[in-house]
Design a binder for this molecule. Sequence first.
Ligand code: UDP
Ligand code: UDP
Length: 477
Amino acid sequence: MSNTMPSPSSSHVVIFPFMAQGHTLPLLDLSKALSHQQIKVTIITTPSNANSIAKYVTNHPDINLHEIPFPTIDGLPKGCENTSQLPSMEFLLPFLLATKELQKPFEQVLETMIKSNTPPLCVISDFFLGWSLASCQALGVPRLAFHGMGVLSMAISKSSWLHAPQIDSLSMFDPVDLPGMRLPFTLTKADLPAETVKSSNHDDPMSKFMGEAGEDDAKSWGIIVNSFKELEENHIPSFESFYMNGAKAWCLGPLFLYDEMEGLEKSINQSQISSMSTQWLDEQITPDSVIYVSFGTQAAVSDSQLDEVAFGLEESGFPFLWVVRSKSWSLPGGVEEKIKGRGLIVREWVDQRQILSHRATGGFLSHCGWNSVLESVAAGVPVLAWPMMAEQYLNAKLIVDRLGAGTSVKKVQNQGYQVLVSRQAISEGVKELMGGQKGRNARERAEALGRVARRAVQNGGSSHDTLCKLIDQLRRC
Ligand code: UDP
Ligand code: UDP
């Protein structure tokens, strides 16, 4: 057999996403990108997640799903197989602990592959599934970790975890200095993900879980990053310095763009699926006139805060498309009349990328989840940043302060100090982004970054090259 011919087994990758939308979706996009490179993919997941995943990867015969049952454990409501189904974030810890019970069945899947002479090139598993490293090591398969964050925010999170005791002694709005890191903006303790600095000695159960996942992460073969070199190149070395064994950060993103590019080539004449949102956007004549509003799939926004958003959007005078997740909230009296024809409130899952790439969409009032930030930039849409939790404050700083592709909602109180953001602050923020000079500058920057993002995933682009190099290197492992 010629040694230049890859054996069938060397063209197979196992992907194990964490069961949260923001973590799973980019790995499904990666699965598609790999299948475009003639790599077969097995996605490991649990039965109820498999349903939605199957819909997302339909038309990709090289992507297979392998279901393993989700364990039932004390303290976790039955039937919760995705963080979006948790009654509140207090259930996150039992949920995370439950995923540890997936280790045995996961190992069985790998063992079967190995026994039938089709070992995967690697396992790509989420940061939260850190225990998968031990299984991979025992079976001789390289593990790549996936975080669903940007390079800079991952580096800052890792560093602040290590320096938690020093940071703990600071007051909330003191500037933080992270040894060995060149920060492109000033940072305060309030900007840091609460999980990394909450307990300086890391002894509460959540910190213990994160600590273990972090240790497994640091010993992995590599890291898959949903970002692109041109966006965060300066921070790659400091991020990689937290890893052992020379692990590399493989910047392959924006992962969702591969399929869009492929789709464009294949079905240039096929019109996109129309929805209530896109129909409404089609009716908005002026380009870049609509502000899209969404706070992602995790952040819990109180009903009184949603009231302020409604009044703020109404006061701003700009057309808006707003996705609301709360089941209990209803539009405050009197507002409905005032926004008739000017605002659309949607209460189901939307195709966010389709909305962002619509010509009528001109801004995104966002909680700054990494996926949303990346999707906005890739679509050339500036962000009106309203970070709420986790590393969203860091994403907001990157996009607004460093990259200039957005503006901020003023008077947002930082982590741990959440207070109601007033309708005035929201309305002024929308006006500045959609109608002011700052907004025009931000739109120009976002459009420029969008062009760079698209180039990155094309043949010869930085992310595309990195993907080819990664596959090559894994085949030589
Ligand atoms: N860059 C980076 N991280 C960032 C922003 C930029 O590594 O957060 C790098 C990136 O490689 C980019 C270069 O710095 O090409 C210049 O960045 P930018 O376009 O923002 O121009 P500058 O602000 O440095 O004038
Ligand atoms: N999303 C979507 N439709 C919705 C809500 C969310 O397509 O109605 C997608 C969005 O495009 C993004 C992901 O869900 O890819 C949310 O991830 P992000 O990191 O922005 O925020 P999180 O939900 O993790 O806080």
